[in-house]
Each structure stands twice: as C-alpha cells, then as structure tokens.
Design a binder for this molecule. Structure first.
Ligand SMILES: [Zn+2]
Length: 134
C-alpha cells in the first residue's frame, strides 16, 4: 500500500514568523508596528493605516466560537483518516478570527462557547493551532 504524504503549508514571507512561532509551541499574531492593529492571516499591509511595518505579539490563546462546520469529505486523500472533522472559526481575544480544527468532545459546542487554543505538532517541523472547548 502506498503511503500518502501529508499536506504541509508553503508559507509566504509574511507568514513565516507565524509558522516559526507555532513550531516553538506559541501562537503569535501579526500586529501593525505603526497603529497597533492586530491582523490575521499574516499579510504585507495593515488594512487600517496601510503601513508595511509589522511586529508579532503572543496571543492569549483564548476566544469564543464564531461558527463551526463538520467536514465529511476529504478534499485530499491525506485528510481522509481524520474524518469526520469539526472546524471552528474562533473570535480570538485579540479581535481577529482563526480557523482551526476542534479537538475533544464537540457535543456541547455553540456559538459563543469559550475555547482555548492549543498547539499540536504534525511533525518536527510543522505545528498547527487546534481548538478545545474551555
Ligand atoms: Zn496600521
């Protein structure tokens, strides 16, 4: 039987610090170095003041459920073994949204449920944020 290679990110220059932080077990968010607005996903320009200067701040790792969905279809064979899988859009304490898979029991999930963000290693080089109901 052929082993299916995992699907891994291809970070942009702007997103590399995000993935480097996750590998260290920390969720950091991009912040405008001029006006201070936090943004996610990482991108070159601040949507508030159009500055190209940024820095990175450690996230509190807390938030609430904005929405969620349960995926029953694998869009790549590498994800088939994880189905069904719940994906949650989280309103982070920093005011931005993060999409990540849910870990643990999803039975009591609801819009507004308090969640914790954890970091899960895929291998030695790649880690992802995951969501757990608080
Ligand atoms: Zn700005």
């Amino acid at each position: 039987m052929t082993e299916i290679e995992p699907v891994l990110p291809t970070p942009t220059r702007e997103a590399q610090p995000y993935w480097d932080s996750l590998r260290e077990g920390v969720l950091r968010l991009q912040r405008c170095a001029d006006c201070g607005q936090v943004r996610h996903y990482p991108r070159p320009m601040c949507p508030a003041c159009h500055s190209m200067a940024d820095d990175w701040v450690e996230a509190a790792g807390t938030g609430t459920v904005h929405s969620w969905t349960v995926s029953h279809h694998a869009f790549h064979p590498a994800f088939k073994r994880d189905l069904p899988q719940t994906f949650v859009t989280v309103d982070l304490a920093e005011g931005v949204r993060l999409l990540a898979p849910l870990r643990g029991d999803a039975g009591r999930i609801a819009i507004g449920s308090a969640v914790q963000i954890e970091i899960e290693a895929l291998d030695d080089d790649w880690s992802i944020p995951v969501v757990r109901l608080a």
